[in-house]
Write a protein that binds this ligand. Structure first.
Ligand SMILES: CC(C)[C@H](C(=O)O)[C@@H](O)C(=O)O
Ligand code: SF4
Length: 417
């Protein structure tokens, strides 16, 4: 009986053949903490008589949710984490780099076959690099900081095969929204989504990250793309000399489910309030009034996303009736966007462009909504209260749909501009 990609990773890291459903103690290759969940993890670590972390070089600490500190408690949390980094000689830490998931990928902290944990649910993003990556709670993270290992129940996998070529202005975000609509918000609970097929094979890393990022929105433990030439090029450029494991699921692997999608006729998708799996074709909500557009986050805050938005924008201006907030996901993405002249273009068109961070994504720092207001966002969650008032509404979409709607002031099909 063959093995899935995820079973292969756990078998390799545990040095024995393991199967979905088994509970194993597996070593962790990287552990990521950030400004919100880090302090609790560190306190748990200290309560366990944690004197020294398992390996400072394998711990990555980023400040991204509330940067620069927007309150005294946030400032205290960051001070506490900075002291911890100093005391433990953790050098992979920074408060200026941007959203943790983007930065981990860019700095080469994720590679095929690795097991990576982060105390943030969107840690599943690094499946784009062929790693098994999953979000864990802060108390589990306290244990990981000390022991460099964790108990896992090896997840079963759902094979997600994608075929066809995207139409213009339709892309990875529309695909993953339509998959979320199909599988449902709890439809992949504690399973892994293994993405494959010709559309995934030809998809650049940025789209793969968007897809893996949203695996958790279906309850999945992880999303993962089998490593190939695209992965190899990306990882080797960021971790020179890295040995890239050759990894593919066996043909006779046993999957909990197999789903196939064809993107040929896919049109721009929108998740409507207040559920990520309440997904419709853009035409069904076209004309809906919006008050704010956010282009950014670990889902869609990359250079390629801003190129797409800028192409839709052309020489037009954003609507004066709404706030358009653009936040590149990292310093690297910010600089690429800046050097391409797009930051200037967005500012001149009327956008507020902010330094790399999570921004309005979870209503943690700035860009909050008032009761009754409506946001259209390229991020990944639209729960009630996600971006401010519990009486506000959040729609999710692609960068192209966000840009088109920011021009008209209402939800707009980007193919019509
Ligand atoms: C703050 C953090 C715990 C949270 C997460 O785990 O995902 C946040 O990043 C989010 O997107 O809701
Ligand atoms: S950008 Fe949003 S989804 Fe991503 S880590 Fe930050 S708050 Fe979470």
């Amino acid at each position: 009986m063959g093995a899935t990609l995820v079973e292969k990773i756990f078998s390799s890291r545990c040095d024995r053949g393991v199967r979905a459903g088994e509970v194993v103690m597996a070593p962790v290759d990287r552990a990521m903490v950030h400004d919100i969940t880090g302090p609790l993890a560190v306190r748990v670590f200290k309560e366990m008589d944690g004197e020294q972390v398992f390996d400072p070089a394998r711990i990555v600490m980023l400040f991204d949710h509330q940067v620069p500190a927007d309150s005294v408690p946030a400032a205290e949390n960051q001070q506490f984490m900075r002291e911890f980094a100093r005391e433990q000689e953790i050098h992979n830490y920074d408060l200026r780099e941007g959203v943790c998931h983007q930065v981990l990928m860019e700095k080469g902290h994720a590679a095929p076959g690795e097991i990576i944990v982060g105390s943030d649910s969107h840690t599943c993003t690094y499946g784009a690099a062929g790693a098994f990556a999953t979000g864990i709670g802060s108390t589990d993270m306290g244990f990981v900081l000390k022991f460099g290992a964790l108990y896992f129940r090896v997840p079963e996998s759902i094979e997600v095969t994608v075929s066809g070529t995207f139409a213009p202005r339709v892309g990875a975000k529309d695909l993953i929204l339509s998959i979320a609509g199909d599988i449902g918000a709890g439809g992949a609970t504690y399973q892994a989504l293994e993405f494959c097929g010709e559309t995934i094979e030809t998809m650049p890393m940025t789209g793969r990250m968007t897809c893996c990022n949203m695996a958790i929105e279906m309850g999945a433990k992880a999303g993962i793309v089998p490593p190939d030439a695209v992965t190899r090029e990306y990882v080797q450029a960021r971790r020179p000399g890295a040995e890239i494991a050759d990894l593919a699921p066996d043909r006779d692997a046993v999957y909990a489910d197999r789903r196939a999608y064809d993107v040929t006729d896919l049109v721009p998708q929108v998740a409507v309030p207040h559920n990520v799996d309440h997904v419709v074709d853009v035409g069904e909500v076209a004309g809906t009034h919006i008050d704010q557009v956010f282009i950014g986050s670990c889902t869609n805050g990359r250079y390629e996303d801003f190129v797409e938005a800028a192409e839709v924008l052309g020489d037009r201006k954003f609507s004066d009736d709404i706030r358009v907030i653009v936040v590149p996901a990292s310093k690297e993405e910010y600089l690429k966007t800046l050097r391409a002249g797009l930051i200037e273009k967005f500012v001149e068109a009327g956008a507020l462009v902010e330094a790399p961070c999570c921004g309005p994504c979870m209503g943690g720092a700035f860009g909050l909504l008032a009761p009754g207001e409506v946001s259209l966002s390229t991020s990944n969650r639209n729960f009630r209260g996600r971006q401010g008032s519990t009486e506000a509404e959040v729609y999710l979409c692609s960068p192209a749909t966000a840009a088109a709607s920011a021009i008209t002031g209402a939800i707009t099909d980007p193919r019509e501009l």
